[in-house]
Design a protein around this ligand. Structure first.
Ligand SMILES: NC(=O)C1=CN([C@@H]2O[C@H](COP(=O)(O)OP(=O)(O)OC[C@H]3O[C@@H](n4cnc5c(N)ncnc54)[C@H](OP(=O)(O)O)[C@@H]3O)[C@@H](O)[C@H]2O)[C@@H](O)CC1
Ligand SMILES: Nc1ncnc2c1ncn2[C@@H]1O[C@H](COP(=O)(O)OP(=O)(O)O)[C@@H](O)[C@H]1O
Ligand SMILES: [K+]
Length: 635
């Protein structure tokens, strides 16, 4: 039976937001290969079509383009060879640089038939019809020439390695990548993309940028940052995880029609539809209590503002009430802006602890001025949670968000109903207090590894902040559940933004108190949903389009499509140096909290099928709605 439009939309959403390990990808491919489905030809046709769109959008004539294919010896190179044969067949000037000792035979034959030229860089290469360098000197000369050729090209297609990569790139691929791209680390450039192809060739990566670690999402060595990555069949973790996802450019996902129903994704991405499903809709019989109450032990005698920011976010996060516990000056500050706040302890459905509360060290350094009782209260709440765990009554106490100053007060054993929200530096301190030896830079270089480790060591749900935020926690299986979200702009890295996040998570947990009691695995989704809303609120506040991550464009190989804005939006001569897309404006943390109701309303109204209402506000020139529609958050 033909799937309904709703089923098709659902399938596309699952495809775009679920990533599978290299081994799982192979298991998804196998039945197709067994049935003789020509996956490589389909992959190549899609690649050629995207290359055509990229060149055209960058103002070039594909039939006159100079294209260099960097082709490895595996099937990734094979994809590239067939695609290049297509492009050469349409008139492009194609040179293949063979980076290994052989080339995919069928792809090579097709390429040569279409008039492409092959250069081998490895003296040991045995490629029919192509002479290998005779020794190291000639090899090094050929390498230099290949680099020059690439620099003069209009388009580089990077097909050195895909899911067959083992470790960091080595040998010739590593040397080429270091010359043409990065030797290590992230490129030093603004978060928004400059129009691609203006300062050098366009770069199209096949399946993944060669050299990024497929399953861990790290950058273990040299690689070439891509403008566009065309990925085959399904998403791989490296296309969603930080830091590798930052170097993939726009992602185009070729839909082979894989059946993923039997697999649990390695990584999932929070998205608007799932987030909408986790927001509690108000009811006719609601009271302020039934909508959830957030208790906050945030802010301190040393840092007043964090108390206000976390409260502002919690109060704006779709709950019935907030209770604030803290020093009188902070309470007064909060009441001035949020007169609806209730001061002091009482029944709550979630706790937000520690934002703007000093660490032990900072408190000691401050002397008597830092003694305000906040740390004692936090320790008390956390210890009660631990006691519940010991008594096998983990759901007895409300779920907790432990941020900043709460992170050095954690009891030995925590459960998934406690969320820890460290940034990289706090994560390093947390890990080191459990016997590891890492610094913040190492955490940033291997975020997945360290977030998983922190989850194992503490038992808590872990949120590791960044342009792409990672959430790791219990899945009810022996594997952790890993979710990402990266829909916020880089403008979000501003003081107090994390305080707004902790309040947002607190609100998300409070409105879902019942479901959390029944199912602790929901904690990952709810935490990621809060981070998603925080990012969206940041985008609405900044008015820009730049985000840490963008959903892939799905390419149906049966009916090749054009994509608007795949590369440069502005490649006219007068546009030189102008950023592509709309970068928006700087924001303060308070503005993010204030944009939260708008973000929630947009997400919920869309989920309720009130698309006409949004359409109307677009016609009325509502910028926020327009942004939201354009931001490809929906399927
Ligand atoms: N099967 C199909 O029909 C379909 C497959 N598809 C495509 O196949 C790709 C997977 O192909 P694959 O399995 O052949 O591996 P692949 O990514 O080309 O890598 C192997 C090559 O990399 C090299 N290499 C490895 N590590 C290295 C290092 N550290 N440093 C340097 N070199 C290193 C390794 O060299 P070697 O170790 O052998 O010397 C070998 O040459 C997949 O990503 C997708 O694009 C799709 O089109 C769907 C249909
Ligand atoms: N480059 C970035 N792009 C997008 N979001 C970011 C970026 N850097 C930080 N953020 C987000 O901003 C917030 C910063 O939190 P945090 O470091 O705790 O700030 P603070 O302690 O000042 O409140 C987090 O939600 C994080 O995910
Ligand atoms: K590649």
């Amino acid at each position: 039976m033909k799937p309904s439009p709703d089923e098709r939309r659902e399938a596309r959403r699952t495809l775009a937001t679920s990533a599978y390990s290299a081994d799982m990808i192979r298991s998804l491919e196998q039945p197709f290969l067994d049935d003789g489905v020509p996956l490589m030809r389909i992959a190549a046709g899609s690649l050629a079509s995207v290359a055509d769109v990229m060149l055209t959008q960058a103002g070039m004539e594909p039939a006159e383009a100079r294209i260099v294919l960097l082709a490895g010896a595996g099937n990734n190179g094979g994809d590239g060879l067939y695609a290049s044969a297509d492009l050469a067949g349409h008139g492009a000037d194609v040179t293949v640089v063979a980076t290994g000792r052989s080339l995919h035979q069928g792809g090579l034959d097709a390429l040569l038939r279409a008039g492409g030229v092959v250069t081998a860089l490895d003296p040991q290469a045995a490629i029919p019809g192509c002479e290998a360098p005779t020794g190291p000197d000639q090899a090094s000369e050929e390498l230099d020439q290949a680099v020059d050729l690439c620099r003069q090209a209009d388009l580089i297609i990077d097909a050195m390695t895909g899911i067959g990569l083992k470790g960091a790139l080595r040998g010739i691929p590593a040397a080429l990548a270091a010359e043409l791209g990065m030797e290590s680390g992230l490129p030093d450039r603004p978060a928004w993309h400059y129009p691609a192809g203006q300062n050098g060739p366009l770069v199209l990566a096949v399946d993944t940028p060669s050299g990024v670690d497929i399953d861990e999402g790290t950058l273990p060595g040299a690689y070439i940052p891509a403008d566009v990555t065309v990925t085959m069949g399904a998403m791989k973790p490296c296309l969603m995880l930080p830091p590798s996802a930052y170097v993939c450019g726009r992602i185009v996902l070729v839909d082979f029609g894989f059946d993923t129903s039997a697999l649990v994704p390695s990584v999932s991405c929070m998205n608007a539809e799932d987030c909408a499903g986790l927001l509690r809709a108000p009811r006719v019989d609601d009271t302020k209590y039934s909508r959830g109450v957030v208790g906050l032990v945030t802010g301190s005698a040393l840092y007043h503002g964090a108390g206000l920011l976390s409260s502002r976010a919690a109060a704006s996060g779709n709950v019935g009430m907030i209770r604030y516990c803290g020093p009188e000056q902070v309470g007064n500050l909060i009441l001035q802006e949020l007169p609806e706040t209730v001061l002091g302890r009482g029944r709550v459905e979630s706790w937000v602890l520690g934002s703007g509360v000093p660490t032990r060290q900072a408190q000691e350094a401050a002397g008597p001025e830092g003694q305000d009782g906040q740390r004692d209260l936090i320790a008390d709440i956390l210890n009660r949670q631990a006691a519940d765990l010991d008594e096998d009554d983990a759901a007895a106490d409300p779920p907790v968000v432990a941020d900043a100053g709460a992170l050095d007060l954690l009891p030995d054993r925590l459960g998934p109903r406690t969320v820890l929200t460290p940034h990289a530096g706090e994560m390093a301190a947390l890990l080191n207090s459990h016997g590891e030896n890492v610094d913040g830079d190492q955490v940033m270089a291997e975020p997945l590894r360290w977030a998983v480790r922190a989850c194992q060591l503490t038992g808590a749900t872990i949120l590791l902040k960044g342009a792409i935020t990672l959430v790791v926690g219990e899945d009810g299986t022996d594997r952790p559940r890993v979710m990402t979200t990266g829909f916020g702009p880089a403008w979000l890295s501003t003081a107090g933004s994390g305080d707004v996040l902790s309040g947002t998570i607190g609100a998300m947990l409070a409105q879902n108190a019942g479901p959390i009691q029944d199912d602790a695995t929901l904690m990952v989704d709810l935490t990621a949903a809060a981070a998603f809303l925080h990012g969206l609120a940041g985008s609405l506040a900044s008015g820009g389009r730049q985000t840490g991550w963008e959903q892939p464009l799905i390419f149906d190989p049966r009916k090749p499509q054009d994509f608007a804005d795949l590369v440069a939006e502005d490649n006219q001569p007068e546009g030189q140096g102008v950023v592509a897309g709309h970068m928006g404006q700087p924001i303060r943390a308070g503005q993010v909290a204030d944009a939260l109701p708008r973000a929630i309303g947009l997400v919920m109204s869309r989920a309720e099928g009130a698309a006409e209402q949004i359409d109307q506000s677009i016609q009325d020139g509502d910028d926020a709605s327009q942004f939201f529609e354009n931001s490809s958050l929906w399927f």
